[in-house]
Write a protein that binds this ligand. Sequence first.
Ligand code: NAD
Ligand code: LMR
Length: 326
Amino acid sequence: MKAPVRVAVTGAAGQIGYSLLFRIASGEMLGKDQPVILQLLDLPQAQTAVKGVMMELEDCAFPLLAGMVATDDPEVAFKDVQVALLVGARPRSKGMERKDLLTANAEIFTVQGAALNKVADRNVKVLVVGNPANTNAYIAMKSAPDLNPNNFTAMLRLDHNRALSQLAAKTGKAVADIEKLAVWGNHSPTMYADYRYATINGESVKDMINDHEWNRDVFLPTVGKRGAAIIEARGLSSAASAANAAIDHIRDWALGTNGKWVTMGIPSDGSYGIPKDVMFGFPVTCENGQYTIVQGLEIDEFSRSCINVTLNELEEERAGVAHLLG
Ligand code: NAD
Ligand code: LMR
């Protein structure tokens, strides 16, 4: 039996937490042979609800669940964790944009970044889900100067998965056969889902669709505004699909993608002209617990203009939180 991996989940009493924890404990994230210890963080007033979720986790008798801790103290929750899913934050409601949450949520990530810096495993893999996810991940990264900045990532996988489903529906092909999709930039309506390089069984998706107006006027707005459409329909923001994307993100990062492209929000290394450190969605492949940006893609004029819009938004968000980062 492998040694258990310590996994922190914040916002454990929330709706994403409820869709996430059972799947982590059943081995869907780190593998069916990998025991886990769940370290659950939520606010003091949510501790009773966390206890209820723990009772249900117990009642599943998951063979891989090697222990659980519930706490309202980030330094307890993050002690020695190798994976940290930072979900806990306020969600937006109807009529809000994700960046409207910036000031409400930013402070959470300075505190949690500092706590990770102090007590987490030095190779911890951090995924920020709480919105605005890219800028919150940037804040956490900057608040953890002793950890490798590359350990901090933001969730663009939901946008990636949404784009895959839209492309499968448009082409009448299977989601599983679509390869080489990229989503650039911010987890916001400005993200640029780019299928110029995508293939289905080796055939070009762009050639199959061959409709620039559909791309610009239907596909990009549908993917970009999907979160708002779900809030409108459900009265609550997406939860099960968000949890699913978080599982996909960490599983692929930890266990590898076998050469397949996925999208991760990561601190830029300057690739594709994105300034260093901006937490940006890039196409990556993962191997041996490391991600690598897919290089050498040509960026045409339309793509560059889309990438500039999402980059400008991230630069503005970053300027808006600069005062929190000393
Ligand atoms: P929710 O309101 O159901 O749950 C949030 C939980 O976080 C609550 O239990 C709350 O008590 C807890 N919390 C708040 N502040 C905390 C703190 N400082 N420390 C620990 N826990 C804290 O919300 P939800 O639907 O689970 O969504 C959580 C976040 O995820 C929101 O910001 C939402 O916008 C975001 N989200 C992101 C994506 C994405 O693709 N990146 C997708 C869906 C939702
Ligand atoms: C989503 O994309 O569904 C989430 O980020 C929630 C939201 O506010 O849109």
